[in-house]
Design a protein around this ligand. Sequence first.
Ligand SMILES: [Ca+2]
Length: 149
Amino acid sequence: MLIAVILGVFMFTVTQSHPSYKSRILNGNNVPDPCCPGRKWGRVGHTSPRDTALNNFGRDFQQNNYQFTEQLCLADSDGDGIPNGLELGLNTTRHNLQTLCQFIGSNPFNNQLVQFLERSYLLANPIGHPGLCDQDRCPPHLRYRCGRC
Ligand SMILES: [Ca+2]
């Protein structure tokens, strides 16, 4: 019985830790589900909304100590040719991606930073998923096949 309680507390802690990761990612709560138009992908760094396996973006995020760094912003985790920062909604009409990612990486990542970016029209809605290469131009070894919604 005691083991079941300890395991339950552990599992609760593990499952509750993912929402905090989303809050450390640009538009982490708004990433579209590439397989089901209109839906959001609940776990940005995972291979499906329900799986625990990490996708390439999740592995990159993990390697960056769970921080949305300049390097992660500029990287193209899913190999579709679009850097993570652009997929997650950075607006490069006034500043280039390098400048925006440098700015993000040199400031504490929090709600104030995100709100500043939104108010300054530097952050809009995500245009894709940074960890799932679901397009024809994706290299075959990275191509993600959508399952059922
Ligand atoms: Ca990409």
